[in-house]
Design a protein around this ligand. Structure first.
Ligand SMILES: *Cc1c(COP(=O)(O)O)cnc(C)c1O
Length: 386
């Protein structure tokens, strides 16, 4: 048995819509599916505008460009995230400021953000322009708290919702809560376009600017005249067709993820040393990945557990390596600011892993994974260090 850590769920609807693009010759960055996908996904997030792009990374870069973030500016973000969140800041020539996370959800710690901003205010400087929040592994960050901080210090609030399509904070969907929200449609995300991404916003001015910048920034008045540096981040109609077919099933995908989380919670109950993911009372998590940490009482380190599971056909992934530890920032000389220490991020990145969480995972496979964990756990008398 080999159980992959993730797999997309594709079907006949995807084939039909993509086939339609090919039959009709609408394969590039114009066509009806782009408009339908953008409008449909923005509406799903509870906002008016969706700007499709080539990847989640491009979405993040475009969002920060749209806000005018550039050299000399600082952007606050959690150190425990995927490299794309930090790289997007660096692409703009701005400086990422790495902050620790909250222990319970692994999302950005609002206290740390406030601490940094207070210190900067005292020194009379104002370099921080934006707060980039990541809804890690499908669990929303504490948005009211973060919005309050952003407002108090006049910062833009940007969401990296690449792992949180459909996740809700107090009944409102992630991505639609900040000034701009960024999504990825990579193959392992809640819905996919193969590669792809989207920026969503309720602000028509920001939407217009993002739309121009992603298409080489042609002047509004004259094509082939450019007053700004533009990019080609255009999604294709083929990708949008795939995305539209997926969007129609997004609630089903989320139901599958949540059912999977419930099943794991049930099966793993009572195994000592496994800290299972939680859901805050105000949160609706989409459990993009079933993420847990392996604590001392389990007796095996995270890495040894991953190796043992692999031998038994169970693919897992470790948590992200925090950005403050990344060679490209730590030794590579790429500008960044540390605001450590980082007890939560450091510990999570050493102890955290995610279990197979694909949309095609069966109940029997979940039972098998849990059974292997149980067999490897101390309650089965496995000797320390073996
Ligand atoms: C996947 C992901 C991205 C990047 O998306 P791509 O489409 O792979 O470029 C950015 N941020 C987070 C948190 C992600 O998980």
């Amino acid at each position: 048995m080999r159980i992959p850590v993730n797999e997309p769920l594709l079907g006949r609807d995807e084939l039909r819509l993509v086939g339609d693009c090919i039959r009709s010759n609408w394969i590039s960055s114009q066509g009806r599916y782009l408009k339908e996908f953008e409008e449909g996904f923005a509406a799903y997030c509870g906002v008016a505008h969706g700007i499709s792009v080539t990847s989640g990374t491009a979405a993040l870069h475009l969002a920060l460009l749209t806000l005018g973030i550039g050299p000399g500016d600082e952007v606050l973000l959690p150190t425990l995230t995927m490299a794309a969140s930090a790289f997007a800041v660096s692409y703009c020539g701005a400086t990422p400021v790495f902050l620790d996370s909250e222990a319970e959800t692994w999302n950005i710690d609002p206290e740390a953000a406030e601490g940094y901003l207070r210190r900067q205010a005292k020194s009379g400087k104002k370099k921080v322009k934006a707060l980039l929040v990541v809804h890690l592994y499908g669990h929303p960050a504490d948005m009211d708290r973060l919005r309050e901080i952003a407002d108090r210090y006049s910062l833009f609030l940007v969401e990296d919702a690449a792992e949180a399509h459909g996740a809700e904070y107090k009944g409102r969907r992630c991505g639609g809560l900040g000034d701009l929200g960024c999504f990825s449609f990579y193959a392992n995300k809640i819905i996919t376009t193969g590669e792809g991404g989207m920026v969503v916003t309720d602000n028509p001015r920001l939407a217009d600017k993002a739309r121009r910048l992603k298409d080489l920034a042609h002047s509004e008045h004259q094509r082939f005249l450019h007053t700004d540096l533009g990019y080609n981040y255009r999604m294709t109609n083929l990708q949008a067709a795939l995305g539209l077919a997926q969007l129609r099933k997004i609630d089903r995908h989320i139901r599958i993820k949540r059912r999977l989380a419930r099943a794991y919670a049930q099966e793993l109950k009572g195994i000592p040393g496994l800290r299972l993911p939680t859901e805050k009372p105000w949160a609706f998590s989409v459990y993009w990945m079933y993420a847990l940490t392996v604590e001392e009482p389990f007796g095996l380190s995270r890495d040894r557990l991953m190796a043992a599971l692999k031998e038994r056909g169970v693919e897992t992934r470790s948590f992200f390596v925090p950005m403050h530890q990344q060679p490209v920032y730590a030794q590579g000389g790429l500008p960044c600011r540390r605001f450590g220490p980082y007890p939560v991020a450091d510990e999570a990145s050493q102890k955290g892993l995610y279990l197979p969480s694909g949309l095609t995972l069966t109940r029997a496979q979940i039972r098998y994974v849990a059974e292997q964990l149980r067999l490897l756990s101390p309650i089965h008398g496995r000797k320390e260090g073996k």
